[in-house]
Design a binder for this molecule. Structure first.
Ligand code: SAM
Length: 314
């Protein structure tokens, strides 16, 4: 007789009811928290519940699986459910936890900082790809980098982390965002290579200061779209980080002359753009006398990043 693998359609294990668990066991708390989030219409309910419980218990994801049968103390349970309620009220997990990972690095958040988005990693990736020569990242080059609208500092600090000889200036109009960015830089051990400046775009820079690399993820949401954003964004990301004016393009109009004035001759600027700004932003840059590449696309194939250079000298 040939030994056959059990047919998954009839394997009783496949259809087994979830094992019974008590309410004070970790798996039981996870099920209750997941149900609360599902009832509130949170799409990734189980993942979010898991992240919040892992945060309170200071466990990583795999420990969370392995310790499903663990009985939680009253204090642990009492610490978990208020956080689940906050998530049910549409506060993002990262805001509740106070931290968000970007480019594999931890970034503390404050009410004044945008929560860094995975899409913005494309800006870092595009810069690193553009400066790589023959497959080698020039880690010895003392690049000067400027980050306009630094928020948590995620773009600048990710680049400094990859480029150990680089230094930079990170600017923002929000003093509170800069306080958070500075704390993030200290936490990552990068604070000795970056200066934080309170500035309306380039206002605080010397007129003749130039940079090899300029990055910016400016506010680019059109004013009347902000009300329609998901509550996680609309009610928790700061308006100064979102509002791009009536058509969403105000910041690019302001940044075009800034890039012209502060980009080194062979320098490179990388700008994050909104999914529907793949034509308008390059047009603004070109009208300011800059060269703009066709936009790079994100994982969802939306235009997300424009590389800009000074015009070629004859
Ligand atoms: C979309 S957030 C980007 C934050 C961060 N760079 C990131 O990628 O997550 C835009 C940032 O620009 C800042 N900002 C808005 N207007 C500004 C201005 N006129 N000058 C400097 N920074 C500004 C906001 O405070 C906010 O931190």
């Amino acid at each position: 007789m040939v030994d056959q693998a059990p047919d998954p359609k009839v394997d009783p294990r496949t259809f087994a009811e979830p094992a019974p668990v008590d309410d004070d066991q970790l798996e039981g708390v996870l099920r209750q928290a997941t149900q609360m989030l599902k009832d509130a219409g949170i799409p990734a309910a189980r993942g979010d519940a898991r992240a919040l419980i892992a945060h309170v218990l200071d466990l990583n994801r795999s420990d969370l699986y392995l310790q499903g049968a663990r009985r939680l103390s009253d204090a642990e349970i009492e610490a978990i459910f208020p956080l689940v309620e906050r998530r049910a009220d549409r506060e993002p997990v990262a805001r509740i936890i106070g931290e968000r990972e970007f480019w594999g690095l931890p970034f503390g958040l404050s009410p004044a900082t945008l929560e860094p988005r995975p899409d913005s990693e494309l800006v870092v990736e595009a810069v690193l790809a553009a400066i790589t020569v023959d497959g080698v990242l020039p880690v010895d080059r003392p690049f000067r980098i400027a980050d306009f609208g630094t928020g948590t500092g995620c773009l600048m600090l990710a680049l400094l982390n990859e480029l150990p000889a680089a230094t930079g200036v990170a600017l923002d109009l929000s003093e509170d965002a800069l306080i958070q960015a500075e704390e993030n830089a200290r936490h990552l051990g990068l604070d000795d290579r970056v200066e934080f400046l309170l500035s309306d775009w380039d206002e605080a820079l010397d007129e003749d200061e130039v940079f090899d690399i300029i990055v910016s993820n400016p506010p680019y949401i059109a004013g009347d779209v902000i009300e329609q954003l998901a509550p996680e964004v609309r009610d928790h990301d700061p308006e100064l980080a979102l509002d791009g004016g009536e058509d969403g393009l105000d910041a690019y109009r302001a940044l075009a002359p800034v890039i012209r004035a502060h980009l080194a001759d062979d320098g490179l600027a990388a700008l994050e753009i909104g999914f529907d700004q793949g034509q308008s932003v390059p047009a603004i840059m070109t009208a300011a006398g800059l060269r703009a590449d066709p936009p790079l696309t994100d994982l969802a194939q939306h235009p997300r990043c424009v590389l800009v250079r000074l015009p070629k000298t004859p």
